[in-house]
Design a protein around this ligand. Structure first.
Ligand code: COA
Length: 254
């Protein structure tokens, strides 16, 4: 079974993260598959809405840490950057259903979604600093915008997780629901959207995002350059090795 499932029905393209044994951590191949599913949806009239979902126990543990060590993304044409550009520029409604851990890109991708439904077990975290890294997916711009600076500092500098109710309070999610119902509720909302005139949806989203997309893409580029450099530096190497060895990282000499 593929690690990314793509299913299109009744105007809804559902992209399911399906690597539950590895907590839906995302490999380069998975980013590539998701980027392709988004790119082909842009001009495909049979796709009116795209929905990301995971499992009721886990949305995503973020980037695959083995991949970070063995094949770090090289350049802006790499699958991860194709995926990030895809979510930042996708013209049709983008939805997500999130349950359980949503780590790193598992959280930052949500800032590019139009509607987000969370299970009450959802735990959002962006532990980039704890991994010797810096924000990605334009989260250095979008997290302070949505959370306010001090809560953003808690999330990004301390890397502290926050739960579904806190995400609801700051507006990152639209509704908190029982985990077993999250995917179904998001599908129901996707069906509502798919029944509306697509041209109105596209124009409304474009107008709401007007002026922002260029800044988002520029931020992604700047973050990407730093992130790529930091991936190869000692702090990140120590963090990834510690994760693999199931120990706490030791940054005392760094
Ligand atoms: N990359 C690669 N493998 C990962 C992974 C990741 N990001 N996250 C989890 N896994 C793997 C584990 O290595 C483990 O594999 P194994 O069964 O072969 O040993 C399996 O998934 C289960 O993970 P485990 O840590 O035992 O699950 P948990 O329920 O105790 O904890 C998380 C879940 C998500 C809290 C924890 O796995 C975690 O913190 N993962 C890393 C998150 C991270 O830092 N991501 C990078 C963000 S930039």
């Amino acid at each position: 079974m593929s690690d990314i499932l793509v299913h299109t029905e009744a105007g809804i393209r559902t992209i399911t993260l399906n690597r539950v044994d590895k907590k839906n951590s995302i490999t380069a191949a998975m980013y590539g598959a998701m980027a392709d599913a988004l790119t082909s949806a842009v001009d495909d009239a049979s796709v009116r809405v795209v929905l990301f979902q995971g499992h009721e126990t886990v949305f995503s543990a973020g980037n695959d840490i083995g991949d970070f060590l063995n094949q770090p993304p090289a350049g802006m044409d790499s699958p991860v950057f194709r995926f990030l550009r895809g979510i930042a520029t996708f013209p049709k409604p983008l939805l997500a259903a999130v349950c359980g851990p949503a780590v790193g890109v598992g959280t930052t991708l949500l800032f590019h979604c139009d509607l987000v439904y969370a299970g009450d077990n959802a735990a959002f975290s962006m532990p980039f600093v704890n991994l010797g890294l810096c924000p990605e997916a334009a989260s250095s711009l979008l997290v302070p915008q949505m959370l306010g600076y001090h809560r953003a500092a808690e999330a990004l500098l301390l890397g502290e997780p926050f739960m579904a109710e806190a995400a609801l309070e700051v507006g990152l999610v639209n509704r908190v629901v029982p985990p077993t119902e999250a995917n179904g509720i998001a599908q129901g909302v996707a069906r509502k959207l798919a029944a509306k005139p697509l041209s109105s949806l596209i124009e409304t989203k474009r107008l709401m995002k007007k002026g922002q997309t260029e800044l988002v893409l520029a931020t992604m580029g700047e973050e990407g350059a730093s992130f790529g450099r930091m991936l190869r530096e000692p702090a990140a190497k120590e963090a990834f090795t510690a994760f693999m060895e199931r120990r706490k990282p030791d940054f005392s000499a760094l």
